[in-house]
Design a protein around this ligand. Sequence first.
Ligand code: ATP
Ligand code: MG
Length: 443
Amino acid sequence: MADGTAPTPEDPEQIQPKGDAGVNLLTRGGHPDFLDLPWGQPLAQWDHPRLVPMAHGISRHVVRFVRYDDRVYALKETQRGVAQTEYEILRDLRDEHLPVVEPVGVATDLHSEGGLNAAEDPDSAMLITRYLDFSLPYWYVIGRDGPVLADDLLDAAAVLLVRLHLDNIFWGDFSLSNVLFRRDAGALMAYLVDAETAEQSRTLSDEMREYDLSIARENVIGGLLNLQAEGRVEEQIDPLAIADDLSGRYQRLWNELTKPEEFSLDERWRIERRVRRLNDLGFDVEEMSINRDGTRLRIKPVLIEEGHHSRELRRRTGLDVQENQARRLLADISSFKAWLERTSEKEIPRAVAAARWLADVYEPVVEAIPTEMGERLEPVEIFHQVLEHRYYLSERRQSEVDNLEALDDYMRSILSHRPLERQLQLGDEFRQVDDGNDPENEY
Ligand SMILES: Nc1ncnc2c1ncn2[C@@H]1O[C@H](COP(=O)(O)OP(=O)(O)OP(=O)(O)O)[C@@H](O)[C@H]1O
Ligand SMILES: [Mg+2]
């Protein structure tokens, strides 16, 4: 097994390293054993060949990254209780299919060869999480792609906060640095990276939601002011207006999803309309409360889950992708089905169309992407870009261009000039950022 990957999947295990230096590791199966790392030293002082300078957000703790084969892991130095709690919260949130980073382990009882605790703190510990591939810090998104993506960034952030609140989770520490963004077919999807303060309860009051949103507002303003002070975003942008914008997007989405509606008994079609509207927004209604009072009906969605299109695509093709990517692929399956029906002059069952689309359209493109290109953009994102590019090429040439030709042209003219975003390192992006282990100076 390469790199000492732990042999027992899923079983957390206690491992003691050799020699006098000590560490107590609780790790999830399917990952390296991490025993070769210099656990006895404070993280800021590590000088180890596995360290990689990943692009990342601001943090109070020392956070550094190590590479094992093609996987990267984030290490965060903190206190035993805090690391253990955060590990458990992340595990619970993942079990609920929320978009959060994957917890991998907790290292405690860190001591150097002399038996002394090198950090001079018997409680010091480290949380290990799997680096989220293709994730981008906010300063990169804003700096590289400008205001258009900043718009998507706010939408993605609002969706994440709404999703947490729908699951009765109070985050308590929303900030631009505590969210990671992945490209999602022309939009962005936000992932929670820092769960230290998150708490789930049976219900979440409106006051708690508002409180969480006010924390988000303050942190967004602070984060943007910092970026401005560093000259990373333009002077003209107004952090206050952007924070208001985030609140507005959050409120609109929350209302759209949860507000009760009232109508008369002969307008029952409105129930279906409500469900469709939520589906369009990317949510499924698992439970709807319907209340009849004489000739009046009152409906309220009560159990709502994000991922309407991604679930649908998974059912039809087995592909597991983000919501907007799924929306895009489903639209492509529909036009492929229509084309099949036009050319064969008969109706094609949906399942057949989806299977043929996968084999004849999607897989040939994805398989033709060289590994190095797949380091720049996720293959499903490349597929989405190729569809856009094909349209643009066909229009320019006034003739139909096929997918593989469009892929070739897209890789040559655009993708090969893009940074390696699968595991974005400092120096790979548009602007070099200091990674001198001084959290005050980090982005
Ligand atoms: N698993 C991960 N994948 C990708 N990036 C990560 C991961 N874990 C941490 N990071 C990066 O490291 C940064 C700091 O991590 P984190 O927010 O957990 O530290 P922190 O010290 O707890 O922050 P805070 O100051 O908010 O308490 C994040 O902004 C993110 O850019
Ligand atoms: Mg943080």
